[in-house]
Ligand binder design. Structure first.
Ligand code: SF4
Ligand code: SF4
Length: 156
């Protein structure tokens, strides 16, 4: 397991996050894990762990959190926020972290908008696949694959 050296972390990171609208209660997290257990992304990606992102943020691991690709995996479904017993709005926290990652130069500004666009495209493809399963006679597999290919070709 990787060692965390607290003295090298940024003690202000958690306050910078908590000062943003929507993240006021994020330090109330008591690591129950309900967010991670209910997250559809964590279910398919074992690296993605909302509880861990909150813990790392509270511990001041600014660079590790803001430079992580995992910030961009959240599908913003709000399940975690709805179920958190401590009223932590993790979906809002993720948006704040993304914003900070851009402002602090960890990622290109365009990525914020692209991430929102990508969420829409993914939901659209998801609905089309479900529809394809329910109505295979419509035979729209080629169109779905084309939509997927177009998205994969879009630069971030
Ligand atoms: S559900 Fe809430 S309290 Fe529990 S780990 Fe997640 S953020 Fe923390
Ligand atoms: S909002 Fe993000 S972190 Fe929360 S449950 Fe949905 S995908 Fe997971």
């Amino acid at each position: 397991m990787e060692k965390i050296i607290i003295a090298e972390n940024d003690p202000n990171f958690k306050y910078d996050i908590a000062s943003q609208p929507g993240a006021e209660s994020f330090m109330r997290c008591f690591t129950c894990g309900t967010c991670t257990a209910s997250c559809p992304v964590a279910e398919v990606n074992e690296e993605y762990d909302p509880r861990k992102i909150i813990r790392m943020s509270i511990l001041g691991m600014r660079e590790e959190v803001l430079s992580s690709d995992l910030l961009w995996m959240c599908s913003r479904c709000y399940t975690c926020a709805a179920l958190c017993p401590q009223n932590v709005k993790f979906t809002d926290v993720i948006s704040i972290l993304r914003d900070m990652a851009v402002k602090e130069g960890y990622v290109q500004p365009e990525r914020l908008d692209k991430a929102l666009e990508l969420d829409k495209v993914i939901q659209s493809i998801r609905c089309r696949i479900i529809n394809n399963k329910l109505h295979p006679e419509e035979n729209d597999k080629v169109e779905i694959l084309k939509a997927l290919e177009d998205e994969l070709d879009t630069k971030w």
